[in-house]
Design a protein around this ligand. Structure first.
Ligand code: NAD
Length: 247
């Protein structure tokens, strides 16, 4: 099955996706930024269940660290066949009037440049044009790309809009090279990200206005990602799955 790299896999949607990909038989590269203990726990959980996994540290917004991460994956001598661009950040809820250039650039550096860099390195390894075996990429976007996150984080929403355009453009660019590129647009998922926005209970606050009247679980998003990466989705590219309870 090859190696699947999941960025930001030490918690939340990335963690759930790493566990599910290991169950499917991939060797999982568990990328983390700071929390080696949490990433190691993910790897140990996978290995205890009979799967294969290893940790790879990198700040995805840093080009040198991304190159070093892919070089470490290359050392495994097993082809990289799947990439899940999942690592993402947002900052405290704020109106646009109060956004600084520093904050906007930090959001874009991780959520956009980081996704581009990991796509670039994955394509170099997967593309038939470079002698690769092909593969699949899933970019984790957000319902915020459609909804705009007014009064919360328009900078984050705009970064996810860019992710969607990346997904569309790259899917067309590499469609004839054995690589499929798709996106998921989650929203209102129970993870620790909302605490980073300053409101740990955000999902419970908004759930009553969602058509399904509940928040989502990371595992529900992971199932869609794993399907998009799988051969079951072999004719699907440039597509997006909405996962925001009907909103
Ligand atoms: P999370 O905060 O639990 O996970 C994000 C992970 O990315 C963390 O482990 C973090 O350490 C990592 N990360 C951040 N910056 C990084 C960097 N520069 N390099 C490497 N890793 C880095 O949040 P989550 O909810 O699991 O988010 C996962 C993805 O899902 C994100 O892209 C997020 O935008 C998206 N998303 C989440 C929701 C939601 O409701 N939780 C909704 C829409 C989209």
């Amino acid at each position: 099955m090859g190696i699947a790299l999941v960025t930001g896999a030490s918690r939340g949607i990335g963690r759930a996706t790493a566990l599910e990909l290991a169950r499917e038989g991939y060797g999982v590269a568990v990328n983390y930024h700071h929390n080696v203990d949490a990433a190691t726990e993910v790897v140990n959980t996978i290995i205890a269940a009979g799967g294969r996994a290893f940790v790879v540290q990198a700040d995805i917004s840093d080009e040198a660290q991304v190159l070093a991460m892919f070089a470490r994956i290359d050392e495994k001598n097993e082809p990289l066949t799947a990439l899940v661009n999942n690592a993402g950040i947002l900052f405290t809820q704020s109106t646009l009037e109060n956004l600084t250039a520093e904050r906007i650039n930090r959001v874009l550096a991780t959520n956009v440049t980081g996704y581009f860099l990991c796509c670039r390195e994955a394509v170099k390894r997967m593309s038939h044009r470079h002698g690769g075996k092909g593969g699949a990429i899933v970019n984790v976007s957000s319902a915020a790309a459609r909804l705009g996150a007014p009064g919360e984080y328009v900078d984050y929403a705009a970064s996810k809009g860019a992710v969607d355009t990346l997904t569309t453009g790259l899917s067309l660019e590499v469609a004839a090279q054995g690589i499929r590129v798709n996106g998921v647009r989650p929203g209102f998922i129970y993870t620790e990200m909302h605490a980073d926005g300053g409101e740990p209970g955000r999902v419970d606050r908004v759930k009553s206005v969602l058509p399904m009247q509940r928040g989502g679980q990371p595992e529900e998003v992971a199932q869609a990602i794993v399907w998009l990466l799988s051969e079951k989705a072999s004719y699907v590219t440039g597509s997006f799955i909405e996962m925001a309870g009907g909103k």
